[in-house]
Design a protein around this ligand. Structure first.
Ligand code: SAH
Length: 268
């Protein structure tokens, strides 16, 4: 990447472990003249790649205006400014509020995607969020907090699909999660996975339970922040004795890169 004018990069830091940042994100950190990172959720270890003299600032305690002001000021001075965001910058990251402020000042911007905590949590639990003939759909959502949910997006409505649900920002609202899922027809014994600090070296906790007992289990583990809730009919599939196989690897299924063999070739 060669850039002629000053630019602010929104870089996805990934879920916590710096090794889960993209190569491009790491390169930008090493080139940056100034880095503003979301302190509560981004590991400071990611700053190990910063060059000497790089200005590094934690945005914890800054409001949006202060963040925008900081980025604008630095972009006027430096060729490469990085705003390091947790997970992927396009999920619950106020990306557009910052981009609009920079657009107003005609400052160039770029976005580098990151590994979302939803993906890191599934990986931590060795889970697949989709399974053939079980569910082929994933909903990334949250419980209503201070940010109101748009019409038609209450958890009770979304959960009616009985597909995989990844809930951000909702770990303190497990009671409400339970009641909304019951309202959508989920059973008490529906499996739930909660991952606290997915991928953070030495800090990650994996809690498995059911809709009925997950709240109690999380309370016992004192988990009340930085946790992903995954509710899915695919959970635990690793231990199922019968599994519908994905068509992708089915010997009788052709796709662009492989021609199917005939059924005679498959069956001896
Ligand atoms: N952009 C981020 C989400 C930011 S919102 C992403 O793509 O992951 C913050 C919420 O993300 C937290 O409340 C929590 O639900 C989730 N989260 C962030 N980091 C996490 C981690 N390491 N483990 C589990 N959940 C995490």
């Amino acid at each position: 990447m060669t850039e002629s004018s000053n630019k602010v990069w929104f870089v996805g830091a990934g879920p916590g472990d710096p090794e889960l940042m993209t190569v491009r994100g790491q390169k930008l950190i090493s080139q940056a003249d100034a880095i503003l990172f979301a302190g509560s959720l981004v590991s400071e270890a990611a700053m190990r790649w910063a060059k000497p003299g790089c200005e590094i600032q934690d945005s914890k305690g800054m409001d949006l205006d202060a963040i925008n002001g900081w980025l604008i000021e630095r972009a006027r001075q430096f060729p490469t400014v990085v705003r390091l965001q947790t997970g992927d910058p396009g999920l619950y990251g106020a990306l557009i509020e910052m981009v609009q402020a920079l657009d107003k000042e005609s400052i160039e911007i770029g976005v580098v995607p990151g590994v979302s905590s939803a993906m890191a949590s599934a990986a931590a639990g060795v889970e697949s969020l989709t399974l053939p003939e079980i569910t082929q759909t994933v909903i990334l959502t949250r419980m209503q907090g201070r940010t109101p949910m748009p019409e038609g997006e209450s958890l009770a409505e979304l959960a009616q699909h009985h597909c995989t649900l990844c809930l951000f920002l909702s770990i303190t609202l497990l009671k409400k999660v339970q009641s909304e899922l019951y309202a959508a027809g989920w059973n008490e014994d529906a499996p739930v996975l909660v991952v606290y600090k997915a991928s953070w070296p030495g800090e990650e906790k994996i809690i498995r339970g059911t809709l009925a007992d997950i709240r109690e289990k999380c309370r016992a583990e004192k988990i009340n922040a930085q946790a992903m809730i995954i509710i899915s009919p695919t959970l635990g599939a690793r231990h199922w004795s019968e599994l519908k196989k994905s068509k992708l690897y089915d010997k009788t299924f052709s796709h662009r890169f492989r021609k199917a063999v005939t059924i005679d070739e498959v069956l001896p």
